[in-house]
Ligand binder design. Structure first.
Ligand SMILES: C[S@@+](CC[C@H](N)C(=O)[O-])C[C@H]1O[C@@H](n2cnc3c(N)ncnc32)[C@H](O)[C@@H]1O
Length: 297
């Protein structure tokens, strides 16, 4: 999987391939056109989590390749703006994520989820992919991924195939179908770990997502990033929900939950201060040698 290197210059802010996700998906996508800058706060949350989760499952997988389903797979990589690349390098202190992204950032790119998962699993990954956009599917080199026969990404929750990790990464606010998708994911977690990324527009939705997750009563972790709405990051807030497979010892997963909480805290730290204040804080951190605001640890 480390060999997935197909280049796509299609940006994530192009229109989604289809506006409606149908009965089995996340309800109806509200906007057909989504402004999307690779490397934004949502990407840092979901990809920061994805890297830690895949590393954990890889460590606990007894050396066999991880079966990974990514059914909103997008592209292997994206073009990234220099301000986003700089922000990751200078101020996003999540080392595993940054180490894997660095070769891509060095050539003005940003690795997408399938590519990152393969790298985090040190090549020991069997990726099964789906995207409603045929152009996205075609951008992965033949023979390195298996394309699933679905009609919508969430259908994977009904497929009985054995996966170690299912990643659901829709574009837009999922207000209509969120509870239903979380319930289906909770049921599916008997056989697979599940990571769901949920962008949302109304800030109060964060609490209702957390409440909905709690209502499911599954052993899981939620991370919320409140986006103050800088020009870099658009107007969505972001939630990530990780439901470990029921077969994983809950004790073993606590350390991972700690790592994921650190990622969430660092994305929120990046989000908290307006840009000029963040730059000022960086300068002060460097001058004082304060590791929390200075150079990456
Ligand atoms: C946020 S992007 C995915 C990014 C990718 N996971 C990554 O991290 O690199 C969302 C993707 O979902 C696809 N999509 C939209 N509706 C879908 C559906 N109902 N089923 C599957 N894919 C869908 C879009 O074409 C788009 O590529």
């Amino acid at each position: 999987m480390g060999a997935i290197r197909a280049v796509s210059t299609r940006l994530k802010d192009e229109p989604a391939g289809a506006a409606a996700m149908g009965a089995s998906g996340f309800g109806t996508m509200k906007s057909a056109k989504v402004r999307y800058n690779p490397g934004n706060l949502g990407d840092l949350l979901k990809h920061g989590w994805l890297v830690e989760i895949v590393r954990f499952l890889h460590r606990h997988g007894a050396g066999r390749p991880l079966r990974y389903a990514d059914t909103f797979c997008g592209f292997p990589e994206y073009d990234i703006g220099s301000e986003f690349a700089e922000r990751i390098r200078e101020r996003f202190h999540v080392l595993n994520f940054r180490r894997l992204q660095e070769p891509f950032l060095a050539r003005g790119k940003y690795a997408g989820s399938v590519t990152l998962a393969g790298l985090a699993a040190e090549g020991r990954l069997r990726p099964c992919i789906y995207d409603i956009d045929p152009g996205a599917l075609a951008s992965f080199p033949a023979g390195q991924t298996e394309v699933l026969a679905l009609t919508s990404g969430c259908d994977i929750l009904e497929a009985g195939d054995p996966y170690d990790l299912i990643f659901l990464d829709p574009y837009d606010d999922v207000r209509d179908g969120c509870g239903r998708v979380l319930a289906r994911a909770a049921a599916r977690s008997r056989g697979a770990s599940i990571l769901i990324f949920l962008p949302f527009r109304d800030e109060a939705r964060g609490e209702s997502i957390a409440a909905e997750v709690q209502r499911q009563g599954t052993h899981c972790l939620t991370g919320i990033v409140h986006n103050p709405g800088s020009p870099l990051d658009g107007r969505h807030h972001f939630a990530a929900v990780f439901i470990p497979a029921a077969t994983i010892n809950p004790g073993a997963v606590l350390g991972l939950f700690g790592e994921l909480n650190v990622v969430t805290a660092r994305v929120n730290a990046l989000a908290t201060l307006p840009e000029p204040m963040r730059a000022q804080s960086m300068r002060e951190g460097e001058a004082s040698g304060n590791p929390s605001t200075g150079r990456p640890r």
